[in-house]
Design a binder for this molecule. Structure first.
Ligand code: BYC
Length: 330
């Protein structure tokens, strides 16, 4: 369904004076802070925007397993391995909650996965960067999940009920992820000089890709204005990016690491840190599929999907038989 709705998902901002009565009543419910539930009437492009965002969010959780999954067998201790395994497994669960939320809008998981595999849906740009060593894994947990939490805490207040409720649970698990990341990273930052060097290098490399997770600057964000009006998003890309920078700098200082060379200066008048924006041409290039890991990530996902076909078929055959048995017994 989303495939046919892609145009509607990009159809510009709705003005109140151009709305039908039904659309106006819908907007009033949003403005009053009501949650929209699956059986409620909603404009087609509200539905399409949600399917786009929730679908891409789900894909990010699943693709996001790859850079960390790659390190499960190489974790430095059994304890770190067990923690990482649990964390990567949680990400699959997050994907499931989100695909289920998209299903309540009438879009199947199979269809969303097909669109991802055909390159017609995106996933978070961050997962197109490599995890080169163990310090990177700590940095993913701390900085990437930390960025995800800032975004997702806000999304708990999103106007679509099933998305909002999925976020509540995801945020709880994500807090554990960020803490385990910070703990793993702290062991490196406070370790031997070589470990500290690795931690600093991981921080420097991941800084700008993490800032990109919040999306383009507000002036270049295509969807923000309408998504904010519908309260699908409750804060803009730049607002959340600023929040993330403000909360992360003290954490870097606590670790005794140098701040990334990224124009980070406390601005007393604003009460926030100033910082350089990422190189947006790099960001858009990664979105086009030209990041360091895009083709590997997609190849891994497509292979996993194809390799798992026999298992999905088996589950479906079993479900059909169980249903037939149940119906025969009734
Ligand atoms: N990467 O108009 P804009 C995790 C696209 S998983 C890729 O501002 P919007 C984790 C955007 O889709 C957490 N694409 O868009 C998992 C749009 O393109 P389309 C993932 C991006 O939607 C495992 C275009 O650029 N979190 O943390 O209003 C292990 C214009 O942008 C990105 C979510 O998905 C990007 N970074 O705002 C560890 C949060 N940024 O769709 C960790 C939910 C923008 O028109 N999503 N684009 O072709 C959101 O909150 C919003 O979708 C965004 C973008 C803030 C990301």
């Amino acid at each position: 369904m989303y495939a046919q709705m892609i145009k509607t998902a990009h159809s510009g901002v709705h003005k109140r004076e151009d709305m039908t009565e039904q659309e106006r009543a819908f907007q009033d419910r949003i403005d009053a802070g009501e949650k929209i539930e699956p059986r409620d009437w909603m404009p087609d492009d509200y539905r399409a925007t949600l399917i786009r965002q929730i679908g891409q969010h789900a894909h990010s959780e699943v693709v996001g397993q790859l850079p960390e999954g790659n390190w499960i067998t190489r974790a430095p201790t059994l304890e770190r391995k067990a923690i990482l395994l649990a964390k990567v497994q949680d990400e699959a669960g997050h994907g499931l909650y989100l695909y289920s939320a998209a299903e309540t809008l009438g879009e199947s998981r199979d269809e969303l996965v097909r669109l991802l595999h055909e390159g017609r849906m995106k996933y978070s740009s961050i997962f197109n960067y490599p995890t080169l060593n163990w310090a990177d894994i700590g940095a993913v947990g701390w900085l990437v999940d930390g960025a995800a939490i800032v975004n997702q805490v806000a999304l708990q207040r999103t106007s679509y009920g099933p998305y909002s409720r999925a976020m509540v649970r995801i945020c709880k698990e994500e807090s554990f992820h960020a803490r385990q990341g910070y703990s793993a990273f702290m062991a490196m930052a406070l370790g031997t000089p070589e470990q500290k060097r690795m931690a600093q290098d991981a921080l420097n490399r991941m800084w700008f890709p993490c800032l990109m997770m919040f999306g383009p600057s507000d002036k270049d964000s295509v969807h923000s204005e309408q998504s904010m009006a519908w309260k699908i998003k409750v804060a803009t890309n730049d607002e959340l990016r600023q929040k993330y920078v403000d909360q992360t700098i003290p954490q870097i200082e606590y670790l005794g690491l140098d701040l990334p060379e990224a124009g980070i200066v406390w601005n007393e008048a604003r009460g926030h840190y100033d910082f350089d924006m990422p190189d947006w041409s790099e960001f858009f290039n990664v979105l086009k599929g030209n990041g360091p890991c895009n083709s590997d990530r997609m190849a891994d996902r497509v292979n996993a999907w194809e390799d798992g076909a026999w298992f999905r078929d088996g589950l479906m055959a079993h479900a059909r038989k169980a249903r037939a048995r149940k119906m025969a017994a009734e």
